[in-house]
Design a protein around this ligand. Sequence first.
Ligand code: GLU
Length: 459
Amino acid sequence: MTPVRTRFAPSPTGYLHIGGARTALYCWLYAHKTQGKFILRIEDTDMERSTQESIQAILDAMDWLGLGYEEGPFYQTKRFARYAEVIEQLLHEGKAYRCYCSKERLEQLRIEQMAKKEKPRYDGHCRNATIVQTGTYVVRFNNPTQGIVEFDDLIRGRLVFANTELDDLIIARSDGTPTYNFCVVVDDWDMQITHVIRGDDHINNTPRQINILRALGANLPCYAHLPMILGSDGKRLSKRHGAVSVMQYRDEGYLPEALLNYLARLGWSHGDQEIFSLDELIQLFEIHDINRSAAAFNPEKLLWVNQHYLKTSDPEYIANILAWHMRQLGVDIRQGPSLTEIVLAQRERVKTLQEMAERSSYFYQDIEYTSEMGVHFTAELKPVLAKLYNKLEDLLDWTKESIHQAVASVAEESGLKLGKLAQPVRIAATGGTVSPPLDVTLFLLGRERTLNRLHRAIR
Ligand code: GLU
């Protein structure tokens, strides 16, 4: 059996978005599952819309997701000589022809066809021209005029197209540059791609590409066209629905494994299992298990998956990523508890690392005192806080247990319910009303910071 070769072929006209990442993941999974190869190809022939920035954004996102490629990145703009060679070959074999039709003629043709309620298409005027013409020309592919193109899509089943529906596609523009569909064909052929897995927005390109592949005598790859991803309102996923760029998810505090897990399940399933390690995905992934209908993007579920990974991954690993988020917030983490301890204290109560970072800055930097905080430190409470201050100052060991004991005994001595004391102390220590359990919070904060903050609250 020929070894499997899949490719991800983004056009660098923007960042890598969720849909592209899912396509890349499925290509990657299938290659890994079959011990084949995964190839990255940058389809940058649209010089006007392609940018170096987008290329970098795509490479960064692939890297962040951990979707490594065995070959590439290949750039179509570096392959123009090869495309020109194949165009020459097709011209030479009479499988393509020069078309000298003027813009005006084509426009006239279009108007006439529209008037007759026909689909506008090239009429083959130059196909069999016998007189030698001069002037500018494009090169058109000699598409079969009869018969059908059919293929078995691995997701959608058999698809059939009539050749009469397909135009004589322009494969080289008047300036000699090759066109999109043609480059894809030559690349898939040269790169010996066995499985083309891509979005179903390309489904109408497939019969055209198959005809050209046949004209070249190439083996046909298998095709799998992935259904779209929709927003919660049933419309195609776009910026309106929130983040669509993969790197934005990194910035918002998602883990790459969570995003991959979520994307794998978005349009593919294995029973009702939700959580998959990458190894499991490689083992279980099958193209024919991909859903035939569009999938709806569900941000809540992604949050849930993310929290699952926050809770179950190695805390040191999470701490490393948390360090990055802390730096993004401008928090200096050199003075304060170890980030691993922060992860252990916070991960049950947050869904993203950005949230974890925002809710942990008070462990490392001064908090702001606001008048709203002041209302919690009533005249009756201040002596109680002072008592607690003294108790904490005198503690022999600074441990969660001793801190808990101190708070509990001061509350009891003062005739207060534990919560009535704990909440103002939390506000004094953290500047907010939400934190890990008070003993854990104060323990991590350290004695000096705790006492300083209690002192300020009393003042
Ligand atoms: N470059 C195309 C895109 O970004 C993909 C083409 C393909 O996979 O055949 O949509």
